[in-house]
Design a protein around this ligand. Structure first.
Ligand code: CA
Length: 367
């Protein structure tokens, strides 16, 4: 805009405001209704868990402060109000107004929803954000959840996850045969196709199951959270990279009927605070993982292992087969998967010539 147009635009706006007089003041007052709301939020997370659990607490505190106390939200940890993996139904049916979990926990109910957490061999955290905010991901999410009577926003990301903790070494694809592994979502299905048995359980059950041998392997998140759960005391081999969750996003789900009762300014506060916590949680994980990894490397009872390329490639073949089969059966999965992976094709070149090139050179020259 040229300066003259800009200045005349300001004059026009000022004139319009002056002319509207009392009517304008009334409209402003109505827009900033003083009605207040008390909501409940169910999560899948153990109480106080760094990152996921504390992130949700920070989210509701931000919303409380930003709204001047007009939207107060009480947080319930996994299992306190509803079972940890049943947050989706609690929000959909209105038992709670809001929920925070990972959308792949309810893939059995809405298969396509799992892509909003992650896709195996898919996008990393910064690409997920690019896709959500600029690549149409958020619009697809609103459309799908709108059909379910809900609305959801990305609200946190753990950054790249580790493949997990194993009580046996992985030297060939055959070592996955008969392995009972805790791994949710499509990643677990991929493991199953490679001969393992997929087990889904909330965080609170992982340590005991791994320690007692009820399962042979488990992924949870990464160094920061895995150290908190004590998984390094339940299994020896810590494998990377995690093909199954390259940059998983958490979701803040809201019952649509409850959402519609909020005035526009409170809706914007919720939307903006979700975006703020989305950034904040990634920063916390990138920091916390670096600190925890150093600690795990120094532990003589922990062996960090890179997954052999042969196994990685074989799992990728299974992953694409699984996703293609899902897309053939489910139109929503096909739409979302195409949108994500079309972006990934373009993003690959951007990363190869940008950060990846830089990081490779940075690592080669470090002293
Ligand atoms: Ca995980």
């Amino acid at each position: 805009m040229r300066r003259r147009d800009f200045v005349s635009g300001i004059a026009l706006a000022a004139g319009a405001a002056a002319c509207s007089g009392e009517q304008g003041a009334d409209a402003a007052a109505a827009g900033a209704s003083r009605e207040s709301f008390e909501w409940n939020l169910a999560t899948s997370w153990p109480p106080g868990l760094p990152g996921l659990g504390t992130g949700v607490q920070h989210l509701v505190e931000r919303i409380g402060r930003a709204s001047g106390g007009r939207l107060q939200i009480k947080v319930f940890a996994g299992g306190e109000l509803v079972p940890a993996l049943e947050v989706f139904d609690a929000v959909r049916t209105g038992t709670v107004q809001m929920g925070h979990d990972a959308s792949y926990y309810h893939r059995g109910k809405v298969a396509a929803a799992q892509y909003f957490t992650t896709a195996p061999f898919g996008l990393v955290a910064q690409e997920m954000d690019a896709w959500f905010y600029y690549g149409g991901g958020q619009e697809l999410w609103h459309e799908l959840y709108g059909e379910l009577g809900m609305i959801a926003f990305p609200a946190g990301n753990t950054a790249h996850q580790m493949l997990g903790w194993f009580n046996r070494e992985l030297n060939s694809i055959d070592d996955l045969k008969g392995l009972k592994i805790r791994m949710p979502g499509l990643g677990g299905e991929v493991m199953q196709r490679a001969g393992a048995t997929q087990v889904t359980m909330p965080a609170s059950d992982i340590f005991t199951s791994l320690q007692t041998g009820a399962i042979d392997a488990a992924e949870w998140v990464g160094p920061y959270n895995d150290l908190t759960l004590g998984l390094h005391k339940a299994a020896r081999y810590y494998y990377y990279p995690g093909f199954h969750e390259p940059g998983p996003a958490l979701e803040c789900m809201i019952n649509k009927a409850a959402w519609d009762t909020l005035p526009e300014d409170l809706q914007e506060i919720v939307r903006s605070c979700c975006q703020a916590i989305n950034l904040d949680m990634q920063a916390e994980y990138n920091w916390g993982n670096a600190m925890a990894l150093e600690q795990l490397r120094a532990d003589p009872d922990v062996e960090l292992r890179e997954l052999p390329q042969e196994i990685f490639d074989e799992l990728r073949r299974h992953a694409y087969e699984a996703m293609n089969e899902l897309s053939a059966q489910d139109e929503w999965s096909a739409r979302i998967q195409k949108s994500m992976f079309d972006f990934m094709q373009k993003s690959n070149d951007n990363l190869l010539t940008g950060e990846l090139a830089y990081l490779n050179m940075r690592m080669r020259t470090r002293s």
